[in-house]
Design a protein around this ligand. Sequence first.
Ligand code: ATP
Length: 297
Amino acid sequence: MLYIEKLNKSFKDRQVLQDLTLYVAPGEIYGLLGANGAGKTTTINIICNLLQADSGIVKVNHQLVSEATKKIIGIAPQENLLYRGLSCEENVKFFAKIYGLNRIERQKQVKATLKAVNLLDRAKSPVETLSGGMQRRLNIAVALVHQPKLVILDEPTTGLDIEARYEIWELIRQLKNQGITILLTTHFLDEAERLCNKIGILKNGQILAEGSLEELRTCIPAKEILVVQTSEAEKAIARAIACGFTPRRYGSDLSFWLPEHLELKEIIARFDGIHIDSISRQPIRLEHIYLELTQKC
Ligand SMILES: Nc1ncnc2c1ncn2[C@@H]1O[C@H](COP(=O)(O)OP(=O)(O)OP(=O)(O)O)[C@@H](O)[C@H]1O
């Protein structure tokens, strides 16, 4: 559905995308992850034909991006694209007109889209009277009104409380069930873990790694992660290394990669003679993979 090959883009002498290559299959939710400034929005702007690449190929549904492909893409940008004084219905209708839907299609699609984002009962409410979560859902409705094949959601849950995030996640799952292909950017790694069947990790305009969560787990040669609280960190690290555990710091957490599954009593035995306050075990999460890849390069 989305094919990007060797995409390059510079702003003056700063190269923002470097041979960026990625593929999104029909019906997939692809999570594009990267720190601020990694090049996510630049990539999105090129896909939406709002920005010209210096070189490379971008195809949506087998067509090179152009004014024509805009009609098969729906974009919900980071900043809500809404008219605050207009009602939900008026906002969606306005974008339906921009996308060239006729009067009958508009009537049908405005209703269907507001229903899909669970805002039909607020159709007549002005945007400024909606909660932040409702506004984000309306921002997504605007991206759906012309029934696009590819939907781009740029940080759809930033700034929302957990209940509003759950509602957006449910909406994204429903879109996937309808066969819509989704490109999602997020800084929430748990969000990518829950929703995406493919994840690409972007740094300095290049994809460092790409795949399902299972495939990305192979980036860390460990079975699980041990988090240790101790007042004798130096001693614990030296002992762990001698046992074949790989030390890492995740924030202030002293952690170790365990190369094999061990019983808790075996783990405790390895730290014999060292003062340990607590030991906990964690599965390998996307945050560990993300940090490993982005800090190494
Ligand atoms: N129009 C522009 N002119 C000059 N530099 C730009 C322009 N647009 C983006 N950049 C630069 O390109 C780099 C990538 O920006 P981009 O917005 O694509 O990153 P991002 O991954 O979307 O970041 P964020 O997570 O903060 O949204 C940044 O260093 C940014 O300052």
